[in-house]
Design a binder for this molecule. Structure first.
Ligand code: 5GP
Ligand code: ZN
Length: 114
């Protein structure tokens, strides 16, 4: 755990969050500033700052993150239409430096993304 990382604190139960799914390796909780009617963040419990920092040994946990996204989409009833977004790096829009997949649903999404 990285002490000054808010997502590590959420994963450790030290910071409140509206958790919708958890496993030994993954946690999913509602975004505090939702950008769609459904906006959930899926994180590995392990602190990895950015997609750009991923190592081959992280393959299994990142697979768990994607499977969790599928399970959460089903659980919430949005599996027919949802978008997953991962920002890597500040210029790409990343503001929390603990990998998270945004699961967005419940409205129309433009393409290309903004
Ligand atoms: P990023 O900009 O890094 O791709 O996404 C970070 C997301 O985390 C933002 O959508 C922001 O609203 C959310 N966020 C930041 N701090 C907290 C928090 O303490 N709790 C929750 N639930 N979401 C947070
Ligand atoms: Zn962290």
């Amino acid at each position: 755990m990285v002490n000054d990382c808010v997502f590590c604190q959420i994963a450790a139960g030290l910071h409140p969050a509206d958790v919708v799914y958890e496993s030994g390796t993954v946690l999913a909780f509602r975004d505090i500033h939702p950008q769609a009617p459904t906006h959930i963040l899926i994180i590995p419990r392990k602190h990895i700052a950015r997609i750009a920092d991923l190592q081959p040994a992280d393959a299994a946990v990142m697979g768990d993150v994607m499977i969790a996204a599928r399970l959460v989409a089903e659980q919430i009833g949005v599996d027919d239409a949802f978008r997953l977004v991962v920002n890597s790096g500040r210029s790409a829009g990343q503001s929390v430096f603990h990998i998270h997949v945004h699961l967005l649903a419940g409205r129309r999404f433009g393409w290309p993304p903004g």
